[in-house]
Write a protein that binds this ligand. Structure first.
Ligand code: FES
Length: 360
């Protein structure tokens, strides 16, 4: 389609004039010269005052509604915290139409939902009924603000503050601050779900004085003659219940490996004192990041962690001779009881496992 095909009244003024001249028709009169502008800005519709603009009682009602919503939000947040404390995690309740649900999850979701909704609803109601609803159109200006513009912004800010009643309607303002200040408390309370503090649990294992060493393969108490030179034997503490809920954790911390080394080959005096007839017991948990160690080189008495190749010398206090591990493997002091079985003479004297547990 060319400009020839467009009705003259729909063309811009210059083209219409040219078109009219070229075609011998009547040129459209330029804007402001008597004809209607086909692209004229219709402007904003006339402002219609709301009931709150003309009736102070209605404005007061709206103010109370907004304050009620913000107050309800505060109560819901307090309810959220209360539900978190009151309901046990395994309590199930029937709630129509949802059926059987977790009382804790349902109450937390409900109260937090109410708290957030009421803040939003209060803010919207405030804006729609009490703040100024006069629409304003303004031309786009250069980005940098001149001092006059800044002064105008401040004047507008003050006017907005006055029109919204933010400074004047202290009840709304204060309840809104209260609601918004309390809502983040919900997130703080949820931090408790990160789990209980470890306290001293990482520093101790199930080993204790008199606990027999149980062969992990046979589940029988270990005797010194079961451990021959060159062999690597794994042991767990007597009384470890495989059905206990924390069995894996306890097993992971207490896992022990035993080797027999000729006493004259043991270089570390404490290691020799804590051994029984050349049998030495060390934690099986690597001190780098906790992998189980299981590769033993009987000629050198080195054990190798398969994860990152940390290597420990079991004839020299399990000293680290290679790799990223930062500490020697903790040694367990052992002896023999009246029945001739190997037993622990106490717990490890330092935390087992990864170095980030830091030794105190
Ligand atoms: S976990 Fe053993 S070397 Fe990394």
């Amino acid at each position: 389609m060319s400009s020839q095909d467009i009705p003259e009244e729909n063309l811009p003024h210059e083209q219409a004039a040219a078109h009219g001249a070229a075609g011998g028709g009547t040129a459209v009169t330029p804007h402001g010269a008597g004809s209607a502008d086909p692209f004229a800005d219709p402007g904003l519709p006339a402002h219609k005052p709301r009931i709150q603009d003309i009736d102070e009682a209605a404005a007061k009602r709206s103010e109370r509604t907004v304050a009620f919503l913000f107050t309800l939000s505060m109560l819901a947040t307090v309810g959220f915290i209360a539900c978190y404390v009151i309901f046990p995690i395994d309590k199930i309740v029937y709630i129509f139409p949802f059926g059987h649900v977790s009382a804790l999850n349902f109450s937390l979701g409900l109260t937090l939902g109410i708290a957030l909704f009421c803040i939003g609803a209060g803010a919207v109601h405030w804006a729609r009924t009490l703040m100024s609803d006069a629409e304003v159109a303004d031309d786009r200006h250069p980005i940098e603000a001149s001092p006059e513009v800044k002064a105008q912004v401040m004047a507008d800010w003050r006017a907005g503050n006055e029109e919204s009643g933010f400074g004047r309607r202290k009840l709304i303002r204060n309840t809104m601050f209260g609601a918004m200040a309390l809502v983040p408390l919900s997130g703080v309370v949820l931090l408790r779900d990160l789990g209980p503090l470890p306290e001293k649990k990482l520093r101790s294992t199930l080993w204790a004085k008199g606990k027999q060493l149980i062969n992990m393969n046979t589940n029988e108490p270990l005797r010194p003659e079961d451990i021959t030179v060159g062999s690597l034997v794994f042991a767990s503490p007597e009384g470890l219940d495989p059905h206990a809920h924390d069995w894996q954790i306890q097993m992971g911390k207490a896992a022990l490996m035993l080797v027999r080394i000729k006493p004259e080959d043991i270089k570390d005096k404490r290691e020799l004192d804590w051994s029984h007839d050349g049998i030495v017991a060390f934690s099986k948990v690597c001190t780098h990041v906790g992998c189980p160690i299981s590769l033993y080189e009987q000629q050198t008495h080195h054990v190798l962690c398969p994860c990152h190749q940390s290597t420990f010398d079991l004839s020299d206090g399990a000293r680290v001779i290679f790799g990223p591990a930062g500490h020697p493997l903790p040694q367990l002091k052992i002896g023999v009881n009246a029945e001739g079985n190997l037993e622990a003479l106490g717990d490890f004297e330092e935390p087992v496992g990864a170095a980030f547990w830091e030794r105190g």
